[in-house]
Design a protein around this ligand. Structure first.
Ligand code: PMV
Length: 319
């Protein structure tokens, strides 16, 4: 057989950026204007089975048990990404993918999705690429996916080259067993504006955007040091301020981009009130209305009391 059936599997976690990626310097290659730093959430993410069939007439993509039409925007984007990797134009891919997070609700399902997909491709075609090389490939699908190849903390280097060969993520070595992320679900509806379009509009029309890349680069370094020092106060203050600064650039875009809902703002006030009462808790937010809380294990009982629906994840705690 010249083109035998190839089959592979990949699994990857979602990640939450503590210092955000917002803005592309190259849209086609997903090259960011700034570096970013994230924490992966074990147990939440994507599992993907991929098969290359030399006789299949078109890609067959299913998401959470449902076969998508080739016109579905998720299927179109995935097929366009797979174009990079087709052994020939006769055969096609079958992709069966399951997310354990709501798709497109600001919970980074595209990050775990493209990371799982490149792992499945690497398995199917026996490339034996390093995680660094796979991170670079995942980046082409979705920028934040570059960080989902790793458990724990990861830093995505923005890189300098125009071809993107130095823009990939790496794991940070630190483990922090007491560190918790709490998912506060406000709304799981699909976001009205995707991050690619949101970033482009921000870069084009936000007059305060110039301040962002420098601030983001600084925050990545501060957060990395805070992780090394196990300093939750510095990590939390920097991450919360970083997220609010990113959202300030979105809000000052025209037409304005506001992912928050009234309940998001109410939750922020509740968190600030808890902080005033002496609780060490901070939040971050992405391109959606949900909040992600950052705190240590000791604050877990108080936070579960304040937010009964909070889903607490301890990324480094072995169960
Ligand atoms: O990877 P994308 O294109 O979905 O962009 C992610 C953007 C944010 O989630 C808002 C920030 C980040 O760094 O994850």
């Amino acid at each position: 057989h010249k083109n035998p059936v190839k089959t592979g599997f990949g699994i990857a976690p979602v990640n939450i950026a503590l210092s955000k990626y917002w803005g592309k310097r190259d849209v086609a290659l997903n090259l960011p204007t700034n570096s970013s730093l994230s924490i992966s959430l074990p147990g939440l993410g994507t599992q993907t089975h991929l098969t290359w069939l030399p006789t299949l007439g078109q890609d067959a993509i299913s998401l959470n048990g449902q076969r998508l039409s080739s016109e579905h925007k998720f299927a179109k984007r995935l097929s366009a990404f797979l174009d990079f990797f087709r052994p020939n134009l006769a055969g096609h891919f079958q992709v069966i993918t399951h997310n354990s997070v709501p798709t497109a609700a600001g919970l980074a399902s595209s990050a775990s999705g493209y990371a799982a997909l490149v792992l499945a491709l690497n398995d199917a075609f026996e490339w034996q690429l390093s995680l660094q090389q796979l991170s670079l490939l995942a980046r082409l699908g979705s920028g934040s996916a570059s960080r989902s190849l790793f458990p724990g903390f990861a830093r995505w280097h923005k890189g300098k080259q125009d071809n993107g060969m130095d823009s990939y993520a790496e794991a940070l070595p630190e483990s922090w067993p007491e560190f918790c992320v709490g998912l506060l679900e406000i709304d799981i509806q699909e976001k009205p504006l995707g991050s690619t379009a949101g970033m482009q509009k921000t870069v084009e029309t936000c007059e305060i955007y110039q301040a962002w890349p420098e601030k983001a680069e600084k925050d990545v370094n501060i957060i990395q040091k805070a992780i090394q020092n196990k300093d939750l106060t510095t990590l939390g203050e920097t991450a919360e301020n970083n997220a609010l600064t990113m959202h300030a650039t979105m809000i000052s875009t025209w037409p304005p981009i506001l992912y928050w809902q009234a309940e998001s703002v109410a939750a922020m006030h509740q968190i600030w009130a808890l902080r005033n009462q002496g609780h060490s808790v901070y939040f971050t937010m992405d391109a959606g209305p949900n909040l992600k809380l950052l705190f240590l294990e000791t604050e877990k009982p108080a936070l579960l009391q304040a937010f009964p629906n909070l889903k607490v994840i301890q990324p480094f705690k072995v169960i």
